[in-house]
Design a protein around this ligand. Sequence first.
Ligand code: DGL
Length: 261
Amino acid sequence: MVQAAGAPIGVFDSGIGGLSVLRALAAELPREDFVYFADTGHAPYGERGDPYVVERSHAILDALVREHGIKALVVACNTATAAAIHLLREAYPDLPLVGVEPALKPAAVLTCTGRVAVFATRGTLSSTKFATLHASLKGQADFVLQACDGLATAIERCDDAQVRSLCDTYVRAAGDFGTGPGQIDTLVLGCTHYPFAQEEIRAHAGAGVRLVETGEPVARQARRLLEAAGLLKPPPAKGKITLLTTGSQAQLASAAQRWLP
Ligand code: DGL
């Protein structure tokens, strides 16, 4: 399989969450074309189990290669990265692939109290990939893991009342937030949907708590991989974004209008 520098970059998520990664990608790589695939018809991934997420990830990547000739893929979903990225790499060994994982390493550096909350899907938190990451940081910070069932779905549906109520529930369940000794001062947004609920999370956790997401480091990693492969789109060029979904095209377009610059 030969990739062309003028081809688009594929980006996918179970729904609109990956738009939080796409906005960082478009800022870092403004000349590139992106094909964004929101698998809303099969969401949420986080509460469905690995075989389902693996099957969907393969189907989406196959379609992006076949129908759009993508030159690289960004898996803009923590749950799909944890369940499937190693299998996608095996299936397409020549395709540059970037995944996302909860930003535990940066959070361990940023925390002053040594206590960090990690909000993610049940699928991400129960994965082997996450267990390995967590174990590698043993002793560097105390991580409080909080599975946020239903939160990605509420964000997807723009159900603001449910988003507010779930943020309240999960912030309370995680423990005591603040900047004092023993308090949680840093919160990792370990699902790409959650940056779209950050105001609600902040309203419950307190203004002093630092929220950490992964869009920008992922975008920088994508640039590095494309550069190394000689696949950056040459100037002059202005990138365009194509939106695809297994759900409602109108809803995805309105989410993109709301969340992309
Ligand atoms: N946005 C996805 C993630 O980063 C998953 C949301 C879901 O479908 O459960 O994990």
